[in-house]
Design a protein around this ligand. Structure first.
Ligand SMILES: C[S@@+](CC[C@H](N)C(=O)[O-])C[C@H]1O[C@@H](n2cnc3c(N)ncnc32)[C@H](O)[C@@H]1O
Length: 1011
């Protein structure tokens, strides 16, 4: 892999020896282990130190390291010896003891010997990096035949799971109509599930539970030889009963015949694993890959991913430390009730079982360890893991009676807080369990709640369930205290934080590992305020890994869950005697470029008490991180959420009264086009299909959920579905085709209408629909927390016009069509007073603001503030000059299609008639060129033109980017309306580029005139 790695290893060894270490196995083993780990990682393998296992001779052996893959299959072994040992004799002794010889590496820090397939395959001296590299590469590259076969089986199984589930769905569909007993059992189960789990549960959910039950009946049980489980467990019993009404005879034989071969392979491999930790890991990995293959959408929605042991252990030890520090108790003490509200495979509870002293465990296990799970499969696995771990530790089996099959977020009836939940449970016993759990005062809520933020795309039809009660709590607390506009705070992890905060007893701790966006995202400002009011101490271990913020990072390499969002562990401590002071906040962050494995090592080897936390003092706006030190708060706010919603008619103390995001169409490919004709055709198609679906729905029995019913070949959203239910009539109107400001200097015909545009926000009040003559212009600024930029528009902007575009118009239009000034009299007064000039007008202020927003020194000084909040405006000397700059900038930016074109040279190659010209649209900045297509190049672009940037791209690059030919993502558009061809627009684009080149050069000229 890399000789360099070996050389680094050698240097490390030199150092150890020089600084007093010895050459014995103990001191030199770790650097070599690190080296092997690096080779292993590159092949997605891990090196697990000292796992005990049964040898082929039946003896117990414990190699120094075992090379494993994600499914915990052994790929090879490593045995380390001392320089003083006789390596050959040691090898012989190990083989006599029964060590496997299919792939084993022996070494004594001087020499390495590799055995493969029972034969001596290679030897290498440590002094010869090249040979050592080859030897280690061979070792990590050897995939044992059984392992390869097993992977193949799992792969086939994963590919087959979807089909099997489909087959079962079909069988169930038939049985519901033809099998009275089954239909009745299913109906009863649904009623119970609605009462106990979540009232929003539908028949489809229950059918899926039955399928999962049937498909996994043996597999997960056999791994632990717990065939009795289904007979014992309260939920399994009920599902067995339901399934038993149809899953028998031929149906059972047919399905079983398809799954049996896979199960046999899986069971055979499982029986090879004797270490119980390894067995659990095998089960979890199998479950994760099964679930993702079986139902990828649900896996995403529920956050189906298990938590690495290092994290779980660290969180438990830390929670124990904090319980002691703040309340003088330990986790093992009686009365310290612990709950994992989203237990998944039960990792936190099993680790607690391992962690708690044996003499305290029995009582804890019976009375004070609690957990919940809403999905049937992890629920089964958690049961198995928990009971198995207990048996391993205590030497006897005991049913775990404190796991509830319930939707935690829908269960707000905790008795000790005075609310009594009154229902008849899913099974009496499950109901009893929930009631029992609800009556307990919880001191520690610990776990890894799910965190798929709202689905990215509503057409995915993968929405989180609704939680009216918890969402109301969020609205009244986190959102109430937020100044952010777009409050996407209903995502799952915020809900779990809200739930856990309410669930805790007077004294207690939440220990969660979640998405870390609550630390610095603008929309979580209210959350930060509320938690610092509700808790007394907050400790954060920020594990970083936010791939979206740092493109140098990679999910699999740097993120502990191999995901895209940053991750943090948080401990929120609530104390009865807190008083009014806000929480003390302690924060530590791992190095940005640290690898996920290094982060896990850190958590594994670090005690909470050793961590050097930084004490954070939040600023007035409830920011915790990246605090800016400047006079921001003294400047004039451009707008505010309170000012906007002020209904009394009183004017806000801001420059603009109203503002709005650009329109979120949620179906760009449908509502925009280069050509008005194609746009018209698309809209007519869309409306036609909508109308026919509406008709079909009206005539249907309406038993199916509407989102499952409709033909999804057009892009649906829940709002559009609601329109269908309401019977909205959609008619095409030519009047509604307007110029949409799609991207900087890219206008596109837009069908501007409140139904097909998913969220028009306030834009129809600024740019009224169907009234092309209503004059207005507005400043759009980027509020997505990335690089700040501003650009003015005079027709309706898109949500992503120049980032996430928040738009401040000079006018707005009242319902009666009258034009109203949007710049406040208050602001006018402020400016006139400050500059002692009564002649200043609102228009001047608009220009002044526009100039300031372009001023590089302003952008640099307030960089952090501008990423988080709406701009605030300082009073600079010489108002008139600034206003004049602003006016010039505005005219340039609004009139970009009519300014003089920059004299670029158009160089066109002479080509034969058969030559196929292909579009390029590539900027060659260094050469001052733009390659238009394989025939034409624009030359003489001045260097400063590229400097006029709006976020990711310069103005010129925005144009290049938007005019490229791309395959539409929407399948219907791709199939029916993919008419765009760059060649049709070539001349228009060349002209546009030349004009925007002028705009860029002139803009930079003005900006440079600024002080
Ligand atoms: C990230 S996983 C938990 C991982 C767990 N610590 C482990 O290692 O397996 C989240 C789990 O929460 C469950 N879950 C999601 N929403 C839930 C809800 N509302 N109530 C209870 N459990 C829920 C999911 O089914 C999933 O198993």
């Amino acid at each position: 892999m890399s000789i360099q790695l070996i050389q680094q290893y050698q240097a490390k060894v030199e150092q150890i020896i020089r600084y007093g270490g010895s050459r014995n196995e103990g001191s030199l083993r770790k650097p070599f282990q690190d080296l092997l780990e690096q080779y292993a990682r590159a092949r997605n393998l891990v090196l697990v130190a000292e796992v005990e296992m049964d040898s082929r001779k039946g003896t117990r052996i414990r190699p120094d390291g075992v090379l494993k893959d994600a499914l915990r299959q052994d790929w090879g072994y490593w045995e380390s010896k001392d320089e003083k040992d006789d390596l050959e004799a040691e090898i012989k002794a190990k083989f006599n003891k029964g060590y496997p010889s299919f792939n084993i590496l022996f070494e004594d820090t001087q020499r390495a010997v590799l055995y493969q397939s029972g034969e001596r395959a290679m030897e290498a001296a440590f002094s010869d990096p090249k040979s050592l590299d080859v030897l280690i590469s061979l070792w990590v590259g050897y995939e044992p035949k059984e392992v390869a076969e097993f992977h193949k089986a799992i792969e086939l199984f994963s590919a087959e799971v979807g089909g099997l589930a489909e087959a079962l769905r079909a069988v169930i569909g038939e049985q519901v109509t033809g099998n009275q007993a089954f239909a009745q059992a299913l109906e009863e189960f649904l009623e119970l599930a609605k009462k106990a789990i979540n009232p929003k549960i539908e028949m489809a959910d229950v059918r899926e539970m039955v399928i999962q039950h049937v498909l996994t009946e043996d597999i997960f049980m056999r791994v632990f030889d717990e065939a009795e489980f289904h007979r014992e467990n309260v939920i399994a019993q009920k599902l067995t009963e339901v399934a038993g009404t149809f899953y028998k005879g031929e149906t059972k034989r047919n399905i079983h015949a398809r799954i049996a071969p896979y199960y046999e392979t899986i069971n055979a491999r499982a029986s090879q694993i004797s270490d119980h930790h390894e067995k659990q890991k095998f089960l979890k990995a199998l479950y994760e890959s099964f679930y993702k293959a079986y139902n990828p959408k649900a896996a995403d929605r529920l956050g189906i991913v298990y938590t690495p042991d290092e994290i779980v252990r660290f969180m438990i030890e830390s929670a124990d430390h904090l319980v002691f520090k703040h309340f003088g108790r330990t986790l093992g003490d009686r009365g310290v009730e612990i709950l994992d509200p989203a237990t998944g495979t039960g990792t936190f509870i099993t680790e607690l079982i391992e962690y708690l002293p044996a003499q305290q465990l029995e009582y804890k296990y019976e009375h004070e360890l609690h957990c919940n799970e809403v999905s049937i499969l992890p629920y089964y696995i958690a049961n198995l893991n928990i009971e198995y771990t207990y048996k391993q530790k205590m030497g006897r089996f005991k049913e775990f009676e404190n796991i509830c099959f319930v939707d935690t977020l829908d269960n707000m009836g905790f008795e000790h807080t005075g609310k009594q939940l009154n229902f008849f449970g899913l099974t009496d016993e499950n109901a009893e369990r929930i009631t029992r759990q609800n009556s307990k005062p919880i001191m520690l809520v610990i776990g890894n709640p799910p965190y798929n933020a709202n689905q990215a795309n509503e057409n995915e039809n993968n929405k989180n369930r609704e939680y009216p009660e918890i969402d109301k709590r969020i609205k009244d607390t986190y959102i109430y205290h937020s100044t952010a506009q777009k409050t996407k705070l209903y995502d799952m992890y915020a809900r779990f934080y809200r739930w856990a905060s309410d669930r805790l007893d007077k004294n207690g701790i939440i220990a969660f590992i979640t998405n870390s966006s609550f630390l610095d995202s603008k929309t979580f400002d209210g959350f930060r305020k509320v938690v610092s009011d509700e808790f007394s101490h907050i400790y954060i271990v920020d594990l970083g890994g936010n791939i979206r913020k740092n493109s140098k990072l990679s999910g699999p390499l740097h993120n502990v869950f191999a995901i895209q969002t940053g991750v943090a562990i948080a401990f929120f401590v609530k104390t009865e005697k807190k008083g009014k002071n806000p929480a003390q906040i302690f924060y530590v962050r791992r190095n940005e470029m640290e690898l996920a494995t290094e982060k896990l090592d850190y958590l594994h080897s670090t005690k909470f008490s050793e961590i050097k936390f930084e004490h954070i003092s939040p600023d007035k706006s409830n920011n915790w991180l990246n605090l800016a030190e400047n006079n921001w708060d003294d400047l004039i706010p451009i707008a505010s959420k309170e000012g906007k919603s002020e209904k009394s008619g009183r004017e806000p103390k801001t420059i603009f009264k109203m503002f709005s995001l650009g329109i979120a169409t949620n179906r760009d490919e449908w509502v925009y086009d280069e050509s008005p004709e194609t746009l018209e055709a698309k809209i007519k198609y869309f409306f036609g299909l909508f109308e026919s679906e509406k008709k079909r729905w009206t005539q249907s029995d309406k038993k199916q959920a509407v989102n499952d019913f409709v033909n999804r070949s057009i892009k649906w959203t829940s709002e559009l579905e609601a329109h269908l239910l309401r019977g909205t009539q959609l008619d095409f109107s030519n009047e509604k085709i307007v110029d949409g400001m799609y991207r900087p200097f890219v206008k596109r015909p837009l069908y501007y209408d409140t139904v097909i545009v998913h969220r028009p926000y306030q834009q129809p009040n600024f740019f009224p629909i169907g009234r092309k003559s209503a004059e207005n212009y507005a400043i759009c600024v980027n509020v997505n927390g990335k690089e700040f930029n501003a650009l003015t528009v005079n027709s309706v902007p898109d949500l992503h016009f120049n980032g996430d575009s928040q738009c401040f118009p000079v006018y707005r239009y009242a319902e009666d069509g009258l034009r109203v000034e949007n710049i406040t009299d208050w602001a006018l007064g402020q400016f006139q007073k400050h500059y002692k000039d009564k002649k200043i007008t609102k228009e001047d202020i608009f220009h002044y603001v526009y100039a300031v927003l372009h001023y590089p020194a302003y952008r640099a000084k307030y960089e952090i503030n501008l990423k988080r909040e709406f701009p605030r405006i300082p009073f600079y000397e010489d108002f008139k000059k600034w206003a004049a700059w602003g006016q010039r900038l505005m005219e340039l930016h609004l009139d970009y299609e009519t300014v003089e074109p920059y004299p670029l040279k158009v160089e066109t190659l002479k080509v034969s008639e058969t030559f196929r010209v292909s579009p390029r649209l590539i900027a060659r900045k260094g050469r001052g060129e733009i390659e238009i297509d394989t025939q034409t190049t624009l030359k003489g672009v001045p260097a400063e033109a590229w400097d006029y940037r709006l976020g990711t791209y310069s103005a010129l690059e925005w144009i290049l980017e938007r005019y490229k030919e791309k395959k539409p993502k929407d399948p219907t558009i791709a199939e029916k309306f993919n008419t765009y061809c760059f060649a049709d627009y070539k001349e228009q684009v060349i002209d546009l580029l030349a004009r925007v080149c002028t705009v860029s050069v002139e803009t930079m000229k003005i900006v440079k005139e600024m002080p």
